[in-house]
Design a protein around this ligand. Structure first.
Ligand code: FRU
Length: 527
């Protein structure tokens, strides 16, 4: 939104001066005193940049055994600034190797978000069939036009790589989609559409998405628009993604359109909505114009999916930025800012008459989980609050799995508390009368950096007679998957000390905790 980028410009000005003195000093200090990846709040099994500012995941593509992750990156400071594409690769979606910056700003502007594809048939002509090019499709955001008060700030451009993403050449004919008069006109996402044997591109244009097609990735035809009368419109639409997904247990396909929005998320600030429907290569027709949310927590934004994952694998793998524009620039980390969510495999399930987009952490997470899971307890009745014996397990780098069984009458509320010796805590509870989960971080530790951070997030959900919770806790984050990912909440926190106590509770009516397990997760970084 204009307002947002006005804010960005302000942030750059004010914080540039500050960052020259404070951040770079701090970065140097950190480099001297603390080894990267050992700092306080540093995620141990989530992707984060070695240093400096990161936001959206970009250009996620699988090619010749490597998952590429590019990301919005400002290498010179720990706040947002002239955007580059940072770069990392992984062979297993879990361990990441940092590579040099892939794309840097030039006379056409900053390098904003976008996607990448493998041009297998060399439709672009940049490579050959034997050595197909990787094509990055991104937005140029021109700060000079911003400065001059112009509208045509953003346009779409491409770059190619012939060496597995290690070096990139920007196309001399850029931009490939010039600005069309929309001030917010960005975040192109491309797929190869088998049905029409063409490329499709979806981008966001302030309050709707635009769909394009192309034979060669250079010349694009505007096909249609979607969304002016659908979904939530309390903010700017950003970072769309459009892809087909099979409905679990059937041969039926549905198209999924992901549209990020900021502000306007379900619990304030940034959020990720999705629509299900049909797409014929020209037009997207939604089954319903209602908004659905990929994640009800406050810290999963700008998420999109990997392109070109092999057919034999068949997964659609999603990754989001684990923060929120409401406070991302001021969270209490210095050397780096922000992390990504766990990569999540998306699937569609039919529930009564509607479909639900389910997210589950990718199975590769097992590569870093302890073989020995500790069963903390089995088949105990819970009424009131019960502290569980952790049997020596730590909580802050672990997966906590709980299975609850209800009596005929539901407790007034039930849930789980993570706490440290200072009494700092986060609470996940289910409120039966409201029919919703709530995540409470009002006493979670340091919240002084922003008055927008503290609070209780809610997520409507109808529970059955049993409920499972899988909670992935890292140094400063929790990702909650209810019933195998039918409902997801991702929230960050900054507790002064690690959480060391796990409690479960049920008010007014007992339930059975069928099983509670804690599994340690190893760090992915060589520190
Ligand atoms: C989303 C976003 C994108 C934009 C990028 C700029 O978080 O605002 O729309 O391309 O970040 O860094």
């Amino acid at each position: 939104m204009n307002q947002k980028y006005f804010n960005y410009q302000l942030i750059i000005l004010v914080l540039f001066v500050w960052s020259c003195f404070s951040c770079s000093n701090q970065t140097t200090k950190n480099a001297e005193n603390t080894k990267p990846y050992t700092e306080k709040f540093r995620p141990q099994y989530h992707f984060s940049p070695d240093s400096a500012w990161m936001n959206d995941p970009n250009g996620m593509v699988y090619f010749e055994g490597e998952y590429h992750l590019f990301y919005q990156f400002y290498p010179d400071s720990n706040v947002w600034g002239p955007m580059h594409w940072g770069h990392a690769i992984s062979t297993d979606l879990v361990h990441w190797q940092h590579l040099p910056v892939a794309l840097s700003p030039d006379s056409l502007g900053f390098i904003f978000s976008g996607s990448a594809v493998v041009d297998r048939n060399n439709t672009s002509g940049f490579g050959s069939k034997e050595n197909p090019p990787l094509i990055a499709i991104f937005t140029y955001h021109n700060p000079e036009i911003v400065e001059a008060g112009g509208v045509e700030v953003e346009s779409q451009a491409i770059a190619y790589s012939l060496d597995k993403g290690r070096s990139w050449t920007k196309y001399e004919g850029n931009p490939v989609i010039p600005n069309d008069g929309n001030r917010d006109f960005r975040d192109p996402n491309v797929i190869w559409n088998e049905e029409i044997q063409k490329w499709n591109l979806v981008l966001s244009a302030s309050d709707h998405v635009q769909i394009y097609s192309s034979e060669n990735l250079k010349e694009w035809k505007h096909e249609s628009d979607f969304g002016i009368d659908a979904g939530t419109h309390d903010g700017v639409w950003e970072c769309p993604d459009l892809f087909p997904l099979q409905i679990e247990g059937t041969d039926e396909m549905k198209w999924v359109l992901i549209v990020n929005i900021n502000p306007g998320g379900p619990n304030g600030g940034s959020g990720t909505q999705y629509f299900l429907g049909e797409f014929d290569g020209h037009e997207f027709t939604a089954d319903s114009k209602e908004t659905n949310w990929v994640d009800w927590g406050r810290d999963n934004y700008a998420g999109v999916t990997w392109s070109d994952v092999p057919k034999e694998d068949g997964r659609r793998i999603f990754l989001g930025w684990m923060s929120n524009w409401d406070y991302a620039a001021v969270v209490p980390t210095k050397r780096w800012r922000s992390a990504m969510t766990l990569p999540r495999s998306l699937s569609l399930i039919k529930k009564k008459d509607s479909y639900v987009l389910k997210s589950t952490p990718v199975k590769e997470i097992d590569l870093i989980t302890d073989e020995s899971t500790s069963v903390i307890t089995e088949n105990i009745e819970v009424l009131g609050e019960k502290k569980l014996d952790l049997k020596g397990r730590a909580l802050n780098q672990s997966r906590i799995s709980l299975e609850f069984e209800m009596e005929e009458t539901l407790p007034q509320s039930f849930g789980v508390v993570f706490e440290n010796d200072l009494g700092e805590r986060v609470i996940l509870s289910y409120l039966s009368s409201a029919g919703q989960f709530q995540f409470n971080r009002t006493k979670s530790g340091d919240m002084s950096f922003s008055d927008k951070f503290s609070g209780v997030s809610f997520a409507p959900y109808k529970i059955g007679s049993t409920v499972t919770l899988d909670i992935f806790v890292d140094a400063a984050s929790s990702e909650i998957f209810v019933d195998g990912g039918e409902l997801v909440m991702t929230e960050i926190f900054f507790s002064t000390q690690p959480f060391s106590t796990l409690k479960v509770f049920a008010d007014k009516q007992a339930l059975t905790l069928r099983r509670a397990e804690v599994t340690a997760i190893r760090s992915i970084w060589n520190k």
